[in-house]
Design a binder for this molecule. Structure first.
Ligand SMILES: NC(=O)c1ccc[n+]([C@@H]2O[C@H](COP(=O)([O-])OP(=O)(O)OC[C@H]3O[C@@H](n4cnc5c(N)ncnc54)[C@H](OP(=O)(O)O)[C@@H]3O)[C@@H](O)[C@H]2O)c1
Length: 286
């Protein structure tokens, strides 16, 4: 029986990136749909649910993607609502690479420091990638400072994470000046910068004043770097005593996780591969 991946993408054109990864993960047939809205989900999912017998349902799976992560989450909710009883297929949600990127970033840090009790700052922790990185760190027992230009947005993000990780130790931080960055990052062993493309969040002057910093991970690939001095290709490079990863340095592991997650979809018909599940898959790869 051939494996079939049904790609539901919220963008007009289904992502070529996600399509290439599906092929590289040995999917036999890829059905790609673009511009998918919640109203269109039910018939698309019924086509997956009612075509194969119970023991073969694991050979059909759904991938949710697209650049709008909130829209992807809405599709995921609708897909889950469409299933009933054992009549379901496994689903991977990775809109804009949010889950695989956040998981890969935390796993890169975990190679060098113990995350339990670690003091970690996620700069721009309100975005799809930053929020997920903060969630995973909190679930690993780290104390996490979630930074944003808006203290309110940071606080909302902390609340959202606490709803998923009940024992999360989170502190929201508003950052509007260089002094704010310095204060937020003082004492941090790990800084992950998850800001929008081309925005510097941690300037060189502050970086030089962080004696406790052991690992710096910058997910922004577009100059200027999110963390001054971190190069986009850095992959565990020691720069003045700090282990550095840039966006492409993290990207290799992200790709491995993405492919492994797609392969895992076809192991059973009842998996929902979200942030925590994708991270677990990554843990098995490092
Ligand atoms: N390496 C990879 O494989 C990979 C994969 C996916 C994404 N990425 C990269 O990871 C980063 C995070 O992705 P994302 O989708 O979560 O990013 P995003 O939604 O574009 O932005 C994340 C956060 O950045 C902050 N921000 C936006 N504009 C800013 C500005 N002018 N100054 C300061 N802060 C600003 C915002 O936080 P506040 O408004 O709360 O301050 C926003 O929530 C991006 O750079 C993206 O390109 C890398």
């Amino acid at each position: 029986m051939k494996t079939i991946l049904i790609q539901l993408d919220t963008d007009q054109h289904p992502s070529t990136f996600d399509r290439v990864v599906a092929v590289d993960a040995d999917v036999d047939a890829l059905f790609s749909y673009g511009g998918v809205t919640p109203e269109q989900v039910e018939p698309l999912v019924h086509g997956a649910m009612f075509t194969r017998g119970p023991k073969d349902l694991c050979k059909t799976a759904i991938f949710i993607g697209g650049s709008n992560v909130a829209a992807g989450e809405t599709l995921l909710a609708k897909v889950k609502k469409t299933f009933f009883g054992p009549v379901r297929v496994s689903v991977l949600m990775d809109s804009n690479g949010s889950n695989t990127t956040a998981g890969a970033a935390v796993l890169c840090a975990r190679k060098h420091i113990s995350l339990r009790e670690c003091e970690a700052v996620v700069l721009a922790g309100t975005g799809p990638v930053g929020q997920r990185a903060a969630q995973i760190l909190a679930a690993e027992g780290a104390r996490v400072w979630v930074a944003s230009r808006s203290l309110d947005r940071a606080a909302q993000t902390c609340e959202a994470i606490s709803a998923i990780v009940p024992n999360a130790r989170l502190t929201p931080v508003g950052i509007n000046t260089v002094d704010d960055v310095r204060t937020a990052c003082q004492g941090a062993a790990l800084v992950i910068a998850a800001g929008a493309a081309g925005v510097e969040l941690l300037p060189a002057s502050v970086r030089a004043e962080l004696p406790e910093l052991k690992v710096a991970i910058d997910l922004n690939a577009v100059p200027p770097a999110g963390i001054a001095g971190v190069e986009v290709m850095d992959k565990g490079i020691d720069r003045q005593g700090v282990i550095c990863y840039g966006a492409i340095g993290v990207g290799g592991l992200k790709m491995k996780i993405h492919k492994a997650a797609i392969r895992k979809l076809f192991e059973s018909n009842d998996q929902i591969l979200d942030t925590a599940a994708v991270y677990q898959i990554g843990l098995g790869l490092v």
